[in-house]
Design a protein around this ligand. Structure first.
Ligand SMILES: Cc1cc2nc3c(=O)[nH]c(=O)nc-3n(C[C@H](O)[C@H](O)[C@H](O)COP(=O)(O)OP(=O)(O)OC[C@H]3O[C@@H](n4cnc5c(N)ncnc54)[C@H](O)[C@@H]3O)c2cc1C
Length: 278
């Protein structure tokens, strides 16, 4: 496959079993061939994967490229624990972090020491001045806990002003939501590049569930179309790939800074989409 001429990045989660680990290693080998700008590795809620994220990051970081960006959330422990983790990353040449509030684990009434991503970012810059580049998440269709679109922009700006180099969106299906968000960010004086986060459609039940808790709007026509395939997963995936190619192409044609794929540790759907892009 020809190497794409736009910025690509791929998100993985830390594997829990030996089988999952083998699958991730195979996936990253295939996706590495596309010369992505970076891989990123998620951070589990409740601090449960504080070690697992670092372990996966260090394992993926054994090649010169691409760089590997660990996610770090406010659920990552005490300031001292977060400081130690950051030092471990510095010692291994990792100086970019995807900083998040994280999702409050069910059953826990409150979040960690830091309440919002901007506080974590301020801590990172204060603890290691000038060391880390920071990426953050953002929500063109509005974060589920945010009450208004204006508040979304307001807190996003506050986060960016804490010292951010790039933002990646929550996954979406409607490109207008992305373009509208970017336009409002520009009006608010936010200059940080906003990379669309894209989740290839491989499993209707799963993606529909993710939409539920991420606040992503799945258009009714798309939901009905995906449902109509019933048990015919192959045809559903084929349609899903065609849909995702069109979405990404529309975004690229409008000059987005790159595309970040939520891979769920699988390569096929992402490779099929990238192959279909001109
Ligand atoms: C690219 C990407 C990667 C992700 N990776 C992970 C991951 O690895 N692990 C994980 O657990 N989750 C991950 N998530 C999910 C994310 O953690 C959740 O969506 C979380 O609920 C919000 O995190 P945030 O950093 O965007 O929050 P924040 O920017 O802190 O915002 C959280 C909520 O608080 C509001 N808010 C922000 N600042 C203030 C303030 N000062 N006062 C009052 N309200 C405020 C916001 O409007 C929003 O409703 C990811 C999301 C994205 C887009």
């Amino acid at each position: 496959m020809n190497k794409p001429n736009f910025g690509l990045s791929f998100e993985f989660f830390p594997p829990k079993t030996a089988e999952q680990k083998a699958a991730l290693l195979a996936t990253q080998t295939k996706l590495r061939a596309l010369s992505p700008e970076f891989f990123s590795v998620t951070f589990g809620a409740g601090g449960s994967t504080i070690g697992a994220t670092a372990e996966t990051v260090l394992e993926l970081n054994t090649h010169d490229t691409p760089k590997v960006i660990p996610h770090l959330s406010c659920m990552g422990g005490t300031p001292d624990e977060i400081k130690a983790l950051l030092q471990q990353y510095i010692d291994n040449g990792i100086t970019e972090i995807l900083a998040l509030r994280g999702d409050v684990p069910s059953g826990m009434g409150s979040v960690g020491y830091f309440r919002y991503a901007n506080e974590l970012i301020e801590f990172i810059h204060k603890t290691y001045p000038g060391v880390f580049k920071i990426t953050v998440g953002c929500y063109p269709e509005v974060h589920p806990e945010t009450l208004t679109f204006e508040t979304e922009i307001k807190y996003f700006k506050q986060k960016v002003d804490a010292g951010v180099d790039r933002a990646i969106t929550q996954f979406f299906f409607n490109p207008d939501a992305y373009f509208n968000f970017v336009e409002h960010c520009e009006k608010a004086g936010i200059e940080t590049p906003i990379t669309p986060g894209i989740m290839p459609i491989t499993n209707f039940a799963n993606i529909n569930r993710f939409c539920g808790f991420c606040g992503t709007d799945m258009p009714r026509w798309l939901k009905y179309k995906l449902q109509s395939y019933g048990d015919d997963r192959r045809s559903m995936q084929q349609f899903g790939t065609e849909f995702t190619i069109k979405l990404c192409q529309q975004l690229l044609d409008q000059g987005v800074p790159g595309i970040h794929f939520y891979t769920l540790n699988r390569s096929k759907a992402t490779l099929d989409v990238v192959k279909g892009l001109s």
